[in-house]
Ligand binder design. Sequence first.
Ligand SMILES: [Zn+2]
Length: 119
Amino acid sequence: MSQGWQKCDDPSCGYTTRQVPLTLQRGAPMCTSCFRAHLHPAYSDTALYTQLLYYSRLFDYEYALKNSKEEIKKLPLDKRTATPFYTAVHSTVSRVLNANGYSEVNLSKLFSAFFAVDK
Ligand SMILES: [Zn+2]
């Protein structure tokens, strides 16, 4: 993970820092090295969400078992030693995913431009 690193969006500068400058220009912090560009998180929230979705699918034991070969499905339950681990990781990732704002879509806000607002 990035651990709070900010990176200048000008590739010729490439300045990275963990300090967020207090001077904002058009809502984004200015790069304190080149003063031409803005600082952005080195690891974006979209990338983090995509990574969590990947982990959620990767450790979904029930989904994997449903789509696996017949001889694996016939394996007795006591031979499936990794089941508690996968279930624990999947439930942890699912809990984090359900707690963030990307998992909810506000339809009235999304389509508000298409409908007149009654006041
Ligand atoms: Zn810069």
